[in-house]
Structures are given as structure tokens and as C-alpha cells.
Design a protein around this ligand. Sequence first.
Ligand SMILES: Nc1nc2c(c(=O)[nH]1)N[C@H]1C(S)=C(S)[C@@H](COP(=O)(O)OP(=O)(O)OC[C@H]3O[C@@H](n4cnc5c(=O)[nH]c(N)nc54)[C@H](O)[C@@H]3O)O[C@H]1N2
Ligand SMILES: Nc1nc2c(c(=O)[nH]1)N[C@H]1C(S)=C(S)[C@@H](COP(=O)(O)OP(=O)(O)OC[C@H]3O[C@@H](n4cnc5c(=O)[nH]c(N)nc54)[C@H](O)[C@@H]3O)O[C@H]1N2
Ligand SMILES: [Mo]
Length: 699
Amino acid sequence: MTSWEHPVNEGALCRKGWSAGGLVGSRERLTTPLLRDRSTGEWRAAEWDEALDVVADGIRRVQAAHGPDGVAVFGGGGLTNEKAYALGKFARVALRTSQVDYNGRWCMSSAASAGTRAFGVDRGLPFPLADLEQTDLLVLVGSNLAETMPPAARHLDRLRERGGRVVVVDPRRTPTAERADDHLQPVPGTDLALALGLLHCVVAAGGVDEEYVATRTVGFEAVRDAVAAWWPERVERVTGVPADDVRALAAALVAAERAVVLTARGAEQHAQGSDTVLAWIDLVLALGLPGRRASGYGCLTGQGNGQGGREHGQKADQLPGYRSITDPAARAHVAAVWGVDPAQLPGPGRSAYELLDALGTQEGPRALLVHGSNPVVSAPHASRVVQRLEALDLLVVCDLVMSETAALADVVLPVTQWAEESGTVTNLEGRVLLREQALTPPAGVRSDLDVLAGLAERLGSPGSFSTDPAVVFDELRRASAGGPADYSGITWERVRREGGVFWPCPAPPDDAWVDGGDADGVVPHPGTPRMFTERFAHPDGRARFHVVDHRGPAEPVDDAYPVHLTTGRVLAQYQSGAQTRRIRELPDTGPFVELHPMLAGRLGVDDGGLVEVATRRGALRAPARVVPTIRPDTVFVPFHWVGVNRLTVDALDPASRMPEFKVCAASITAVTAATGVAAATRVVEEASEARLATAAGPR
Ligand SMILES: Nc1nc2c(c(=O)[nH]1)N[C@H]1C(S)=C(S)[C@@H](COP(=O)(O)OP(=O)(O)OC[C@H]3O[C@@H](n4cnc5c(=O)[nH]c(N)nc54)[C@H](O)[C@@H]3O)O[C@H]1N2
Ligand SMILES: Nc1nc2c(c(=O)[nH]1)N[C@H]1C(S)=C(S)[C@@H](COP(=O)(O)OP(=O)(O)OC[C@H]3O[C@@H](n4cnc5c(=O)[nH]c(N)nc54)[C@H](O)[C@@H]3O)O[C@H]1N2
Ligand SMILES: [Mo]
């Protein structure tokens, strides 16, 4: 199938996709293992065998002194399914550590936790993305998809051409809000109250689908009672959204035959993120939407493999197939596939931030292996994380480039990137896609799979660790069989032929699936593009309502820190910027502070003038961007550069352990000649430049 026939993006490429080639063959690419001498800080190039020996020796030494949990693993949602699977297996089987988690904890964990509790399963969208065009009303809560998922924005345009409406809920009038019919602009961290208010109005208007609620759900009565207290004027006081706008949106939801609510990081990256998602799910359940055509709730996925990355066991509490590591049946099944005794599999470990926070402490891990994340830039309260990384006995980073995290490592191992190897990813629709190798990797570079296999061998690990992604995928299928995310009926061949296959896709009941379910006479499972049409994934087939209440941000504003600081993304940069800041064609503006003209006027700062944003944890100086599109009580800083995460708060959602990236209390001041212009950002940049310069030597 040619790329423009592909059902997901119809040949359209995101700006990041067009420019990602800029890192292929770039001189910023690492092409040899590097070892750092701790006493001098000097880097030297090493052969692969030597570097892997150093890592294996270090692991053995740490585990001899501190036990299996002395070594931790940190993965990434950008890794292919095969790598994510191999990483989780490597942690549990080769290292026997419970200490494994990944950056997806900072990405979709709140939506995942809420989806699992409400529907019994977590798949970003329970229907194909293109269904969005067929809906009548689309509510986007905390998503700026025009900048963060540009190929999906055309679905919005087509839906509006059909006469449908789009409503965006965001403290900033983003390019996505510009493309919408309505924009609600709440105070950061108040989406939960807004959802409660909407449901209050739906109930008051008699808009509850009583038959659906009675036959397909449980738990509504308590929710009906709870939302009685959330009348629109109270919602206005908490959220800043006018009471009439709350009423109008509720009326539109009641009137719409088909409606979809989608959340993204704006609603989810809060200490109340999972409750917030549950509140929006309560709303769509009361309206009888999930399982109906072009209707329901979905979560917009983040990273390249944000969905698949959370299904195969790199998460602290999880085994492949989206199984729970505490479920005895799941442990027995997976242990049998791995050829180990289930009793030897560790239990659940720490979540991403808790893991980083514990590094090098008395009880915490003493060694860390990082595959596919740059936490020095992307973790909350990042100055604390840097301290913890520096306290380790051994830090090993596998990366394509000398990221800020790699610059702190003892050993850096250069790995292949997406175009240089084959592997599957699973998109937000639960559609498994195959990314075929298009380029030969640079000499000296190996895949994460080679690294894990090389280490497993040196550690004398039981089980097999293949370096061939096709072989790993076949094992993943078996490990996932019978789990919520069942891939057993999916083969690379089928994915190639069909342009992707949606999970769950169980293998036929006999053993035919071993060769792909394609054996003569066996009808393969078609895959599941649309879920919940008949039943939800809880044993009784019904969805669950949840009573949740608005608590507000973990760190409310006060006199000393009177503005809300929120963070997020811009079109031209990706994540911690490790890859995109190295691509010359992309504008690298450095961090900036978006603020409203009224706030700027009070500070006496002009567009481009230097401001300092400070929180209880740190300060950042960067140029002001004075824009009328943001709330006057809120400032926004993108997180693609070192800096803003030194300011963010490390409050975590109690259920999902998601950090509150999207709101904390800050102060803002203009930096004048009198207060000095020793730009803090520049100092930070110089520090990491210096490390990079040392690292550049042996390349
Ligand atoms: N260009 C680009 N695209 C990307 C990425 C990237 O780094 N760059 N990263 C990818 C990844 S991993 C992810 S997770 C996705 C993220 O995709 P999005 O979730 O769309 O991106 P964000 O910018 O993090 O947040 C979205 C919006 O939330 C708003 N917001 C802030 N606080 C609140 C709040 O309290 N309530 C509400 N309702 N909104 C709020 C912000 O103003 C912002 O416009 O993007 C993916 N795509
Ligand atoms: N303040 C604030 N902070 C945030 C967010 C926010 O909205 N605000 N968003 C959070 C979210 S949603 C996310 S997803 C995280 C993302 O932040 P990170 O976890 O730091 O993700 P990336 O910047 O994508 O880092 C990926 C690293 O892996 C490398 N890499 C790429 N491919 C491979 C591979 O195949 N193997 C290996 N070994 N390495 C590879 C890249 O070069 C890069 O250095 O940031 C979170 N942090
Ligand atoms: Mo993400």
C-alpha cells in the first residue's frame, strides 16, 4: 500500500515527520560507545564489547551489594512494541528487578487509569480516528492537536464542513481553538469542575439517557447526587468559564445525536488527572454515548508508540498484553512464555517520578539504564532529578544523540533510530502498524535489542533475548495471548497486507496462530476497530460511573506566587528537544514565556523583554511573548528546552502517579538592567554545552 492510501494519515506528514530525516546521518549522531572517567569527567570511545562488559560488571557489583532492585530501568513510549516488550522482560528476567517504569507515566497514565476503571480496558480511541468526521459535536479538552497532531486536524475541518461543531477547552486560545466553533478558557486545573457542571446541566435538562444508563452502566445514582451541587454559577466561580457557556455546551451535548469528548495532556497532567478524565467519562456515559457510532470518549495519544508503549510491560505494574503483574494467572502465563518460574518474577515497582526521586538514596536503586527518554529535561522538578542521577553508582544511557541525560552518564551506548530498523508501533486507535527499515544504520550503532541481548548474555540470564524484531514480535504475541491487549492473531505479514490491525485480535482457538493464524482453512480474527458496541470490558459487560470531586491544583496560587504556570508544546519542537533542537531546519527559539498584555502591562514588560518566572523550586529567565490569547492570570512556557521543569511541581495523581505538569503557582517579574540580566537560561545552556563539548572529543 502506498503512503497516501494509508487510512491513518493519507500520506500527510506532520512537520516533525518532514524534518525528522534531519537527524539521519547528522553529525550529532553518536556512533561509538562512550565511557566517562568519573575523576576527570573525560569521555573516551570504547569498543562495544568493552562497553557492555563495563555495564554488566557494574550491574553485578551493584546487585551483589544491594540486591536485584539495586538496578533500575527507565524506558520510553517512543520505543517500538518489540523494544518495549524486550525491555520489560529484560528487567524482570535478566535483572530480576521490580524497578522499571517509563516516560509514558508522564504522558497517558491518567487517561489509561481512568479508562481501565470506567470501561475495563484502556485503548486511546475505541474507534478509528476517521470516525471523528462523522460526529456532530466534538469537545477537545486540553488538546492542541493543530500543533501536536497536525495530520489529525483535517478530521476537524471535514467534520465542520459537514456541519458538525468543535469546542475546545484550553486556558490558551491555541491554533486548535482558532479552528473551532467555540472556545472555553478555564483556569488551569479546573476541567474536573467544568465536567461536573456540564453533567449537572444535562441532568437538569432531562438529557440523561436513562435506558442506556440502566442497561449498560452501574453507579449512576451516586454521581447524579454528587453533581447536584455543581450549578453553573458555582462552576463559573471555580473555572472562570461563564455560566451561560456551561449551559450552552450542556444543551449542545444533549441535542447532539452523536458526540465525542477527547482529552489530552491539558486535562490529564494534573494531580487530579485521572479523576478529571473520570468526570468527563461520567458525562459521556450519562449521555449514552460510548459504543454508539461516532460517539463516546477517547484520549489523544502522545509519543510515536504512546499506545503500544503502555501495553507490553515496561510499566512498573504491568506484564505484556496489558496484564497486571499482581495477577497470579497473568504471572503464570507470561512466566511460561519466558521460560522462568512465576515465583521469580518481581512484583510491582515504583512509578516513573518516584523511581527517579529514589535513585541513589538509602532504599533506592544505585544503577539506572535509560532507553528512550531524556528526564533531565522532561521530568518534573528536574533539578531534584539531576541530583538523584548524579548520586548513582552507575548511569547507562542508550540514545542516538548526547542528550542532557546522556551527558551525565558513565556509559553512553549509541543506538539505531526509527528509519534504521523494523518494528511495530500501535497508534492511538489501537491499530498495530509496521515501520519497515528504510536506511542502513551508521557504522558503530546497534539496536536497543542488541544491547539487551548482549547484557542478558553477559549476566547469564535465563530466557532468550533475540536481536531480530520479527522474532521478538512472535514472542510478544504469545505473551499477550488472552490479555486485554491481545496481539496473538496479529502478524507482521497481516499488518503489511492490511495496512494495520486493531487489537484485541486473538488467534484462532487451535494452534494455527503460531504461524500467523493464516493456516489453510482457519479464518483469522478481523481485529477490533470499534470497541464497546455491545459490551464494555468489565466482567459484567457494563461501564462504571465514578463519584469524583474537584480538589484543585496541589499548589494553589497565593500572594507570593500569584500566577498559574502551565507548560506544553509548540509545533516545531519535539519533547525534550534532544532530537529536534539538533535539526537546523527547525526554528530553535529557546524557551519563552507567553503572557497576556494585561499582565505584561502590570509588569512593565514589552514583547521580547526578559522576564523571570519563579516557583518554590526554581527560576527561569526567558523572553516574554505578549499574546492576547492566554488568560491574564496564567503564563505558559514550552518544555522543549532545559529550564521549565526546574520549576514544575512534583505532586502526583494518587491513582495514575502522573505529575502535575500543567499547573503550579508562580511569580513573574520583569528583568531590568537594575535587576541584572545574567540570563539563567543561558547559564544552564552553557553548562550543558560544556558537557557536550567534552563529549564531542571521541566522536
Ligand atoms: N509539535 C509537537 N507535537 C507533539 C509533541 C511535541 O513535543 N511537539 N509531543 C507528543 C506527545 S508525547 C504528546 S503527550 C502530545 C501532547 O499533545 P497535547 O496534549 O495537545 O499538547 P500540550 O501542549 O502538552 O497540551 C495541550 C494544551 O493543554 C493546555 N492546557 C494547559 N493546562 C490546561 C488545563 O488545566 N486544562 C486544559 N483544558 N488545558 C490545559 C495547554 O495550553 C495546551 O495548549 O503531543 C505529541 N505531539
Ligand atoms: N513541563 C512539562 N514536562 C513534560 C511534559 C509537559 O507537557 N510539560 N510532557 C511529558 C510527556 S507527555 C512526555 S511523553 C515526556 C517526554 O519527554 P522524554 O521522555 O524526555 O522524551 P523525548 O524527549 O522524546 O526523549 C527521548 C530520548 O530517546 C532518544 N531516542 C529516540 N528513539 C530512541 C530509541 O529507539 N532508543 C533509544 N534508546 N533512545 C531513543 C531520543 O534521542 C531522546 O533523547 O515529557 C514529559 N514532560
Ligand atoms: Mo507524551
